[in-house]
Design a protein around this ligand. Structure first.
Ligand code: PEP
Length: 256
């Protein structure tokens, strides 16, 4: 993972509905993503598409990722996907701790086990943390600290080169650019996350971890967030399903 490049990570969620449409979307995105040299594009598609989409591009400007993973690599775990298996079909990244997984019952302890297994398997982990709402006493900061500290429990500093932290407040997901985090709020979160990382690891290590933002990142807000928010990229949900919007985000990011 190059720290110089901005990361634009598409979270396709449970879309598109079939492989044919997934190939079409990938191919439309590839036209731009394959030439935006200052951007590392990552497509986190449904896992069943990873292998086929991976065959459609042989360079490194676009990498494939998954949206979740299990903490074991084999055994009696019906329906689970292992980190080693994901890697073997071409995944280089995996989102862990997304709020939509946490809403289905994933705990901080589960996130931690998934992180350790994925990092050990050599995957780059896109860890998501985010509060559902903000309160005037700033209790949400305590909540975020807990999410981050427990996710990192037992993760040695040698693995941090493969970690990306996504600040993704639930109140901003699936809305529009106007509802997203402001650059001022993002700046505060950037300092807060770096402070916690510095408390756990060394300052140098803490500053080497990319911090990205997710939650209604759209062509209309990425420029301002990138220019003033000190962030290293975006996790993009709904805008990643429209190739023209996603490609615009890639172009804007590449031009900054
Ligand atoms: C997400 O849920 O990861 C996400 C970034 O969604 P959206 O961009 O649609 O808010």
């Amino acid at each position: 993972m190059s720290k110089q490049k901005k990361l634009i990570i598409a979270n396709w969620k449970l879309n598109p509905e079939n492989l044919k449409d997934a190939k079409k979307l990938f191919s439309d995105i590839k036209k731009v993503a394959s030439r935006t040299q200052k951007v590392q594009t990552v497509i986190c598609s449904p896992s069943v598409y990873i292998s086929e989409l991976n065959k459609m591009y042989s360079g490194h400007r676009i990498e494939m990722g998954a949206q979740d993973v299990f903490w074991e690599n084999k055994g009696k775990h019906t329906g689970e996907l292992s980190p080693v298996a994901l890697k073997s079909v071409g995944a280089k990244y995996v989102i862990i701790g997304h709020s939509e997984r946490r809403a289905l019952g994933e705990s901080n302890a589960d996130v931690n086990k998934k992180m350790i297994a994925a990092l050990k398997a050599g995957l780059n982990v896109v860890l998501c943390i985010g509060e559902s709402k903000r309160d005037s006493q700033a209790l949400y900061l305590k909540f975020l600290r807990e999410e981050l500290e427990s996710a990192l429990s037992g993760v040695s500093k040698n693995y941090l080169k493969n970690l990306i932290i996504t600040y993704e407040p639930l109140w901003a997901i699936g809305k529009s650019a106007d509802d997203a985090v402001s650059s001022h709020q993002m700046h505060e979160m950037y300092i807060f996350i770096r402070k916690i990382l510095t408390e756990i690891y060394t300052k140098n290590t803490a500053f080497s971890v990319p911090i990205i933002y997710g939650g209604s990142a759209e062509p209309d807000n990425v420029k301002e967030l990138l220019s003033s928010g000190e962030i290293d990229g975006f996790l993009v949900g709904h805008a990643s399903l429209k190739a023209d919007e996603f490609n615009e985000i890639l172009e804007i990011t590449n031009s900054i």
